[in-house]
Design a protein around this ligand. Structure first.
Ligand SMILES: Nc1nc2c(c(=O)[nH]1)N[C@H]1C(S)=C(S)[C@@H](COP(=O)(O)O)O[C@H]1N2
Ligand SMILES: [Mo]
Length: 528
């Protein structure tokens, strides 16, 4: 009787001990990370390390399928794995107390190594949250497992407790106390970590964007077609796609932010602060940004009105010359506060286009997720080779001597945006009414070259010229539309654009890796 009851209760209690130890470890780690850096917490560090090591194809898959939720999915996945491991270690500790505790320590070491190995790591102290958390978790597991295997102190325990052959009272007291203490530590850590962002939030709220010295012309009236379902010409900030490797959105205080420009061919290195930038001559420009991970027909493209400082002006002040004028550096490497590195051709930045350090997006300071306080933008280039968010350092170097982050991950060193077009409406599998005219409409882009023609094909019919919306600038996308009266049954609608260099959007399908997807967008609808 006694043995059955022990066999029945002990494994669940062992699992519970493991879970409590894991919970305590994470809670303590959260608290310690508040003293070190929030980004050094074990889940963030392991998640970040996972992102760094994910093969590009899989990362692309994750971005496509989870979109902006990819990071949430990753963190939930890590927590799920940790939960299983905690249970396993709890069960193990019933038989081998030391092994269970050592197992917890081992995961602390893994977390610590992950944290110090991240590109934004500030040193060995980044290992502390994981290691200290694991020490506490290991000690707790060792103690709890001891209660589960020890005979109860015969004087204090009643007959019931003795029957199971374990210290029921000691376990319950220790478990309850540990759960309460962990919750307290975790909550305190969370609060401290969250309060770190307060200065940054206040500094953003205080920003007043001055009137630009060079304003953008108003968006031409005809640039926005009145077609339901088409992407708005200007993408509101809240709808603008987000792609980056940051599990914790950097919250930079504009008041302490600095940007340094230095490196090869820089005769006068400069450091600017936010106030300096804000009070220079500002330009305002409409620029359509596109991610290299955007599939044909995909959502990772957006158009905004940006305000910033011409990057070429700053580079000239620093004494930089483009390679075509004898400059020594052909690559500009931008570094962000989260350790991202992005490499851009110096020639492109200095060839007269509106490459900028942007401070404003659609009339407000940059949102935190889009790079507050300052990001880079270069019309015509995919984001991963031009659009460094949370920028803090610019180094002039050469393509031969340095590979930035994405290039190390198998993407091309240089990547101009490919001519592309997308059908926004009708949506795939829509059911338009036979014989009733509907609008086929969408957007086309070939930044810095401009869109000259968009054509639509219904099934295997002739290519029909769509009506183009008014052009804002060659750096922005262009809307288009074509009325269509469907005949009954299924139809495939396909779109293709021609850019101002006369180049027709290729029908050849390529992957997003290494330098952007190509091919034509099709939508299948059925008229009934
Ligand atoms: N610091 C930092 N900047 C970054 C990235 C990043 O991961 N980290 N991703 C780049 C990529 S791949 C793109 S497409 C753009 C996306 O900018 P958005 O998120 O504002 O749309 O930012 C670029 N700048
Ligand atoms: Mo991107």
């Amino acid at each position: 009787m006694t043995t059955t009851s022990r066999n029945w209760t002990r494994p669940p209690l062992g699992a519970l001990a493991g879970l409590l130890a894991g919970y305590a470890a994470l809670a303590v780690a959260e608290l310690v990370s508040a003293a070190v850096r929030p980004e050094a917490g074990p889940v963030i560090a392991v998640g970040g390390a996972a992102i760094d090591r994910t093969p590009p194809a899989f990362k692309d898959y994750a971005i496509r399928h989870f979109g902006t939720h990819d990071k949430l999915v990753l963190q939930l996945g890590i927590l799920a794995v940790l939960t299983v491991l905690a249970i396993v270690l709890g069960l193990l500790s019933l038989r081998h107390r030391k092994a269970g505790a050592l197992g917890v320590l081992l995961f602390g070491v893994v977390g610590g190594v992950a944290a110090t190995g991240r590109p934004d790591s500030t040193g060995i102290s980044d290992a502390l949250p994981s290691v200290v958390g694991a020490l506490v978790g290991a000690a707790l597991l060792y103690w709890l497992a001891g209660r589960l295997t020890a005979a109860p102190p015969s004087a204090a325990a009643g007959a019931d407790a003795r029957e199971g052959g374990w210290d029921r009272r000691g376990f319950i007291v220790a478990a309850t106390a540990a759960a309460a203490a962990s919750t307290g530590a975790g909550a305190l850590g969370r609060t401290l970590n969250n309060s770190r962002g307060h200065d940054a939030v206040a500094s953003r709220a205080a920003v007043r964007l001055p009137k630009p010295a060079s304003s953008a012309a108003p968006v031409p009236k005809g640039a926005q077609l009145r077609v339901p379902g088409i992407s708005p010409f200007i993408t509101p900030n809240g709808d603008f796609y987000r792609v980056d490797t940051a599990l914790v959105v950097p919250q930079v205080d504009a008041g302490t932010w600095r940007l340094r420009i230095h490196g090869k061919g820089v005769t006068r290195p400069i450091t600017v602060d936010f106030h300096d930038l804000l009070h220079r001559d500002l330009i305002e420009r409409d620029i359509t940004l596109t991610c290299v991970s955007n599939e044909v027909g995909g959502p990772y493209v957006g158009n905004a009105r940006w305000i910033g400082v011409r990057l070429a002006d700053l580079l000239e002040e620093a004494g930089v010359r483009p390679p075509s004028k004898g400059g020594a550096a052909d690559q500009l490497v931008a570094r962000s506060v989260d350790g991202m590195t992005i490499g851009t051709p110096v020639e492109d930045i200095m060839d007269g286009r509106d490459a900028m350090l942007a401070l404003g997006m659609n009339g407000s300071p940059l949102p935190f997720v889009h790079g507050f306080p300052v990001r880079m933008l270069v019309p015509g280039l995919y984001g991963y080779v031009s659009a460094c968010k949370w920028i803090q350092d610019i180094e002039l170097t050469t393509f031969d001597s340095y590979d930035p982050y994405w290039v190390k991950h198998d993407w091309s060193k240089k990547a101009p945006i490919k001519t592309e077009s997308r059908i926004d409406t009708p949506k795939p599998f829509a059911r338009p009414r036979t014989g009733v005219t509907v609008m086929i409409a969408g957007v086309a882009w070939a930044q810095h070259r401009g869109i000259d023609k968009v054509e639509v094909q219904v099934d295997d019919g002739p290519w029909q010229r769509a009506q183009l919306a008014a052009e804002d600038t060659t750096d922005t996308w262009r809307q288009w539309s074509l009325p269509w009266k469907p005949t009954p049954g299924p139809h495939t609608l396909t779109v293709r654009a021609t850019d101002r260099t006369g180049r027709l959007q290729t029908e050849k399908r390529t992957n997003t890796i290494p330098n952007g997807a190509s091919g034509r967008h099709s939508v299948v609808v059925t008229a009934g």
